[in-house]
Design a protein around this ligand. Structure first.
Ligand code: FA5
Length: 335
């Protein structure tokens, strides 16, 4: 019997030694030490021994079990260490690989321009307000003294969205909303209001026209406001934006909401460059909102934002500002 125990022990130790994984070891453990394992079977034979041999036999089997348990524990520790080393080796991160370069973030040139325009006009005392891109026909045209079916509206072909609603074609559409606030007593005269925002026109896209573009509009209403104030303000504005030696030129033009109406240009590289439209707010509009046009008058001007960086950076196609090609955008200063 003793030899059987010794044989079994030797056999089990060889099996343990040969294990290459924790799964192998698990199998060997249950084969020798499990409830129905070899050692348990051996122990069951105790009944067939003469009584005086039984205690010794039991003791030997238990000793063998203790030896195997210890051996298995050692082997398990050895295998898990080995498996861990293997995984660490396989999953090793190669920190010498070059990373993906990060571009420094920068603002879009139109955003930069809009911020400059805003700070220039705020410096001249204008308050900035927000308007609506989806606007009522009434504010975009009607409130601005366009007679019904007047051809001036054709110059601003519109995206009509629903009956009475369109995508605003000009930021001048804010005027009626502000005058209503005056009428309701929510705002007091005098006014110095400005707005920057997207405008939309249904027109053929080319190097200087897009279906979507940006405008800035500014207007002032007070006692005794004249073309002199308009010219002074526009000259100051143009000098802040383009340089202190820039001059402003007016030429007669027609917009239903101003009288007189002009287009204005700035002196640029020996010539004149047209920037936008302007004039004195039509008395009809002031009267329509209950503002006494004998006592109060106002000026208004509006221009396209895209024009400004086009001039400044010598960009000859406005579409480049709207396509978001990083090769183009990355050429502008970060701030
Ligand atoms: C107006 O929109 C008037 N609201 C301007 C105004 C305001 C006049 C206040 C008088 C008093 P106009 O349609 O000319 O006017 O447009 C003004 C500027 O917007 C143009 O000079 C141009 O710079 C820009 N603009 C107009 N249409 C487009 C377009 N399709 N794409 C890009 N810029 C445009």
């Amino acid at each position: 019997m003793e030899t059987t125990i010794q044989q079994l022990l030797a056999q089990a130790q060889v099996a343990i030694e040969q294990c290459g994984s924790t799964a192998d070891l698990q199998a060997v453990e249950s084969r020798y030490l499990g409830k129905k394992g070899e050692l348990s079977l051996l122990l069951r034979q105790v009944g067939s021994l003469p009584p005086e041999q039984r205690p010794l036999f039991g003791q030997q089997v238990n000793e063998a079990r203790a030896v195997l348990e210890q051996r298995i524990a050692e082997k398990r520790h050895q295998i898990t260490q080995q498996e861990l080393r293997q995984r660490l080796e396989q999953e090793r991160l190669d920190s010498t690989l070059p990373g993906v370069p990060l571009r420094p973030a920068r603002l879009h040139p139109l955003t930069l321009t809009a911020r400059r325009v805003k700070s220039a006009l705020m410096g001249l005392g204008f308050e900035f307000v927000e308007g609506y891109e989806l606007e009522q026909f009434e504010y975009n045209f009607g409130a601005l003294n366009y007679p019904p079916d007047h051809p001036a509206m054709d110059a601003q072909n519109s995206f009509h969205v629903a009956d009475g609603w369109l995508m605003r074609t000009q930021t001048t559409s804010i005027q009626g909303r502000i005058f209503e606030q005056v009428q309701r007593g929510e705002r007091q005269l005098p006014l110095r209001i400005a707005i920057i925002g997207r405008c939309f026109r249904y027109e053929n896209v080319d190097a200087t026209h897009s279906h979507t573009f940006h405008q800035v509009d500014a207007f002032m209403v007070d006692e005794g406001v004249s073309m002199a104030h308009l010219k002074g303000t526009l000259t100051q504005f143009a000098q802040i934006m383009f340089g202190s030696d820039v001059r402003v030129r007016f030429r007669p033009d027609f917009f239903p909401f101003v009288e007189p109406g002009v287009d204005f240009a700035i002196s640029w590289k020996g010539g004149w460059l047209e920037l936008g439209g302007a004039g004195l707010i039509h008395p009809n509009i002031l009267e329509h909102y209950g503002i006494d046009s004998e006592r109060y008058s106002g000026f208004a001007f509006g221009l396209g934002i895209e024009r400004i960086p086009m001039l400044q950076y010598g960009v000859d196609d406005l579409r480049l500002f709207l396509e978001n090609d990083l090769r183009f955008l990355a050429q502008f200063p970060i701030l």
